[in-house]
Design a protein around this ligand. Sequence first.
Ligand code: ADP
Length: 428
Amino acid sequence: MSKRILLTSLLVTLFVLIFFTVASIEIYHGQTVDEAENTLTAFMNVYESTDKDIRELSDTLDGARITLLDSNGAILDDTGGGEKGEVLTDDEILDAMKNGTGIAERYSADSAETEVFMCKSTEDGYVRISVLIPSPSTMFVRALPMLTVFIIIDIILCLLFTWLATSFILRPVKELAQASIGNDKKVSVRYKELQPVADVINQKNDYVRESQNSKDEFISNITHEMNTPLTSIRGFAELISSGNMDKAKTVKAGKTILRQSERLSAMITQILHYSAIDDDRLTPYEVNVSTLVREQLNSYVPLLKDKSLTLEEHIEDGVTVSSRRERIVEILDNLVSNAIKYNKQNGKIIVTLDARKLAVEDTGIGIAHDELPHIFSRFYTVDKSHGENVGFGLGLSIVRKICELSGWTLDVDSTPGEGTKFTIGFRK
Ligand code: ADP
């Protein structure tokens, strides 16, 4: 970065320096030509008011070249050594022939200077006086030593500027980068211009911290939840392997081990489901929810019979949402299984679907008011007994995750002892 600043400042300042030198030379040269023209007018006046020989006069006029021409432009005499009789057709002469006076300037290769000419008609023909002034290239060569000094000063100033820029501008950025290492503390800045960068770093750090905490909590919950069935399996396995149990107790212990390992495996499946949904970035497509919900509800019929539950369906035809089949199945499966699990004997389950919402309502045990804010948290179960029939507390967190990813709302309304209603708003 400092190299870039140095290079850019050098290029810009060198360009400006050279541009201004050339421009100044051009302006100065223009002024010198104007002055030369004034001088020539004065010389012309002197010529007109004197009878001196032109060589004598030239000495008096600082060595100005005087050329006398006949009415055709042929040289009669020339202090500059022009050949007598040679006919000149230079601009100033042609102008003088036309208008009485002519002025022109030309680069003189012999002297490497600019020659300014003034020609005027006289009684016998024409007189032309010229003076030499420095040409722009000569001026540039003369300015070169000064320009070199300026370029050296410029390089020193640019180095100084780069050093200042890197120390004063980049130092706060370096400090910011240093402060952003680690996610623990809030990054603060001295300069308000850097506040947006600090805000982004703080947001990112908050996110990383939250994800880390959430991951730690998730792992600790999983370990805790798995410990219960594992302890039970281990206890019964030890009893069986001691060989001190009679056959009936051994069979009972074996059944418990089987149930607990099934529970463990069900839990692992749920955890896998949860993490699959957490990482699910698959592209959504239009799903016909009406057809899908009807299909899915049929598969619950055997489970409904166990508790003699009635299923009421209010499903509008042709309801579609932008989602994926497996997400809708996951939501419905969790909500309906809970409505069955937490229902009373001879209870009712009402499933409503229209373009704006999907609702699953039951006439079960309900949820206490103070439990409601927690039921969507991972591994949260109202019944903390960890009994064999109690769930793992992942179902509703999966439903919430899908709703969050889809931009849907998720509401719960429950009255203990009367029932619960979960509503998903498609926000249409
Ligand atoms: P679980 O696997 O325990 O059912 P969920 O995440 O699905 O986990 O539900 C979390 C808690 O919310 C449950 O333990 C239960 O106490 C309560 N709950 C969920 N649905 C209902 C319902 N329909 N009726 C009563 N309680 C419910």
